[in-house]
Write a protein that binds this ligand. Structure first.
Ligand SMILES: Cc1ncc(COP(=O)(O)O)c(C=O)c1O
Length: 434
């Protein structure tokens, strides 16, 4: 198979670097293979770059493109509704339609506000929780990602599992320079999927904790399902101590089903955040929750604002996306295709003697080269062979298949049975070359 070349992208990157910091608009985009790539267009399950390479895309732009690239119904709705205006510094009727739709699909979303991205919606939920409880801190879990803002840039990068220290008092490594010292007092970190350790931490700190925030499936380091009883355990702890249970459904929302992870696992959080898949690539996010918490925003005791919130194109995109998801119900197919690739990867890796763990629910899943039989938490992900993973991701990319560098795959409604077979065949070839 002829391998991809990247000359035009390399040239454009040099030009971009002269005026754009690092040549990119988000840090993660630097870490493509072999460097940041410039794309020309995307359609369905494929995306194309300036060198004329076509990629079967399993990154889905880090998750949002649940319907694939350039879905015609989404584009048509965005285009038509944008003819009426972009932003009014006021309300428009489709906002209500969108909120009513979300409220119908997700019972805990009794009241909501629209924002632009996951990071700021997370901060809104935390503000509500602090205001309601009068407590200052939130509890978060090792390896979970809740955006790039100051109080969340911790616990997501560590040199090794050993460096994290004790499970009761994990070391919190900052992800970046420039963080104010004061934000270190805003949070407590706990290992995920470990209810016994969590209970000890909560016993010592519950008077300070306003909320527990969690990804219901840990997708940003590995792809780890909640252990049996873990999410119900969080619900109980939050009820017992009057804390908000916040589900960060930026990835799981509209990906595990129309009702998100809360429907999938049948747990009702107090507050939730949706982003990514709801907007098919347009900047819209939702902070939603029960009236007993969200009334603070309703009464303007907690302020939420934003010039750009809920503009016509983004609301139209979200309504159109949900419309297609409801009418076509691609979820059984996404689960099935995901499981088929996962199985195919396991078999192909085993044939070549690679120790590989592939895990996740299907619509998203993760692969890691490790001698372990399962990745149970963040600490396990730090001990995997990331050099080998880098070689695999590069080998796939050179052969026209794009997956996220940390080993995560996203399935969309646009992927076909042929796409899945092609991905597995290509992976088999790459396994035999690394
Ligand atoms: C679980 C989770 N929460 C929050 C965020 C931040 O969302 P955004 O990048 O839209 O600010 C992300 C982004 O990847 C995420 O995966």
């Amino acid at each position: 198979m002829e391998k991809n070349k990247y000359t035009q992208s390399a040239n454009l990157l040099e030009r971009a670097k002269k005026v754009m910091a690092g040549g990119v608009s988000s840090e993660f985009r630097k870490y493509n293979h072999p460097h940041a790539i410039f794309y020309t267009h995307g359609e369905g399950s494929r995306v194309y770059d300036v060198d004329g390479n076509a990629y079967l895309d399993f990154t889905l732009s880090q998750g949002p493109l649940i319907l694939g690239h350039s879905h015609p119904h989404v584009l048509k709705s965005v285009n038509e509704y944008s003819q009426q205006g972009q932003l009014f510094a006021g309300q428009h009727i489709k906002e209500i339609e969108l909120a009513e739709t979300i409220n119908r699909l997700i019972p805990s979303a009794e009241l909501m506000r629209f924002c632009l991205d996951g990071s700021e919606a997370v901060q809104t939920a935390l503000r509500v929780a602090r205001a309601k409880t009068g407590r200052k801190k939130f509890l978060r879990f090792e390896g979970h990602y809740h955006g790039w803002l100051d109080n969340m840039c911790w616990g997501i990068s560590a040199p090794s599992a050993a460096a994290l220290g004790s499970r009761e008092q994990p070391e919190a490594f900052p992800w970046t320079e420039g963080l104010p010292d004061r934000v270190r007092d805003e949070f407590i970190i706990a290992p995920w999927n470990d209810l016994d350790t969590l209970k000890k931490i909560i016993a010592a700190h519950h008077n300070e904790i306003a909320a527990i925030i969690t990804e219901p499936v840990m997708c940003n380091n590995g792809c780890i399902m909640p252990a049996e009883g873990f999410l119900p355990g969080l619900r109980e702890i939050c009820d017992q101590y009057g804390m908000a249970l916040i589900f960060d459904e930026v990835i799981t929302g509209f990906r595990l089903g129309l009702g998100g992870a809360q429907q999938y696992f049948n747990i009702s959080p107090d507050l939730s955040i949706f982003a990514k898949a709801i907007g098919s690539g347009y900047p819209i996010s939702v902070v939603a929750g029960k009236k007993t918490w969200m009334h603070l925003i309703e009464e303007a005791k907690v302020i939420h604002a934003g010039t750009m919130n809920a503009g016509n194109p983004t609301v139209a995109a979200a309504l159109a996306t949900i419309d297609v998801l409801e009418k076509e119900n691609p979820y059984p197919g996404m689960f099935q295709y995901g499981k088929k690739i996962m199985e195919g990867l396991r078999e192909a890796a085993a044939r070549c003697g690679h120790s590989l763990v592939v895990q996740g629910p299907g619509p998203m899943f993760h692969m890691a080269f490790t001698n372990k039989t399962e990745i149970k938490d963040y600490r396990d992900t730090l001990d995997t062979d990331r050099v080998k993973l880098g070689k695999f991701v590069a080998g796939m990319h050179d052969r026209g298949i794009r997956i996220i560098g940390r080993g995560l795959w996203y399935i969309s409604a646009a992927h076909t049975a042929e796409d899945i077979d092609h991905a597995v065949d290509t992976a088999a070839e790459v396994f035999s070359n690394i």
